[in-house]
Design a binder for this molecule. Sequence first.
Ligand code: GDP
Ligand code: MN
Length: 375
Amino acid sequence: MKLHEHQSRQLLSDSGIPVPAARLAADPAAAARSAIELGGPVVVKAQVLSGGRGKAGGVKLAADADGAAAAADQILGLEIGGNRVENVMVAEAVDIESEFYLAALPDREAGQLMLMASAAGGIEIETVATRDPEAIRTVGFGVDSGLAPFQARRLAFQLDIPLPVIGDFAKIAAATADCLVENDASLVEINPLVLSGGRLLAIDAKITIDDAALFRQPRLHDLRNPEEETATEAKARNSGISYVKLDGTIGCMVNGAGLAMALLDVIVSEGGEPANFLDVGGGADAGQVAKAMNLILADPAVEVVLVNIFGGITRCDDVARGIVQSLAELPWCVPLEIRLVGTNQAEGLKILREAGLNAHRGMLSAVRAAVALAG
Ligand code: GDP
Ligand code: MN
């Protein structure tokens, strides 16, 4: 789950990281009022779940309330990274002496967490990584131990942080590490962390929360931003179905994430392109299968549906009933290739046959048939 900048800034601030004051505004008049409350020059920033807002015209400095209203007027309604700007954040503007990059995230290869930092702040870290990988420094830390003070100070020296603020940097680095752990985040990114008038301040923040941990983060649970998901993905999540939209034309319904991944691999190796990843879950019943079929067919790119079910706890007859049920309910005009084996296979095949459908015994023959139909 991705958080907006204003939400991320709040979490940073809660962890003790200095962040300039800010207000959220949905129209130019509110932006003007926010500027008056904050006093002095402000920066008006699009609140969308994508980076590179500066380049897209979504970040503007304003000297006063009128300027803030004008900036909000220009930014609201822009489309950035595929999302319409519905809100702007009005924040105290700061003079920037230098910009740093600081992030905390899991280091999957090392099986621990890490802090990543660079003196090349303000530009996307991916760009720094390609142009000048040496400019990025990392340090590992444990979930329980956090970042040790000496590690934070060493990082500060590596980045040539000015001597008077090395202590502050070390505190911010440790707080960033804590912010990751305390919120079960998979990314806490500050870009840039700026030096301004002898102080270090986080002026942009991007936090992603691990969805699997939301059950124990009640405070964050309600922050989900609807524009993060497509309507279909939201529907899937509410039905307990894992669904990820992909770019191809072969709609896939599979039970089990591993089998679903394997199917995608086989489709691609046979020259096809999957339209989605979908795991109906173990023990899926007829209703669940019908819901999954609905999700798949809601995608207009789908030219053929490939069902790959290995019945274990899930029973083939339930799956067959779900397929037949969804055929009756939907305006259905794409071909269907089914591979159905396992528990209650004979009953399942009988139900399909009576509905005029045929099933493959092997995954490969089903995939080949689907690829041929998808053209
Ligand atoms: P992003 O483009 O989505 O990453 O948005 P940022 O919040 O990082 O803003 C982009 C750039 O705008 C920053 O790297 C800064 O150079 C500039 N900027 C943002 N806030 C301020 C501010 O308060 N003062 C000044 N002078 N520049 C700012
Ligand atoms: Mn940024």
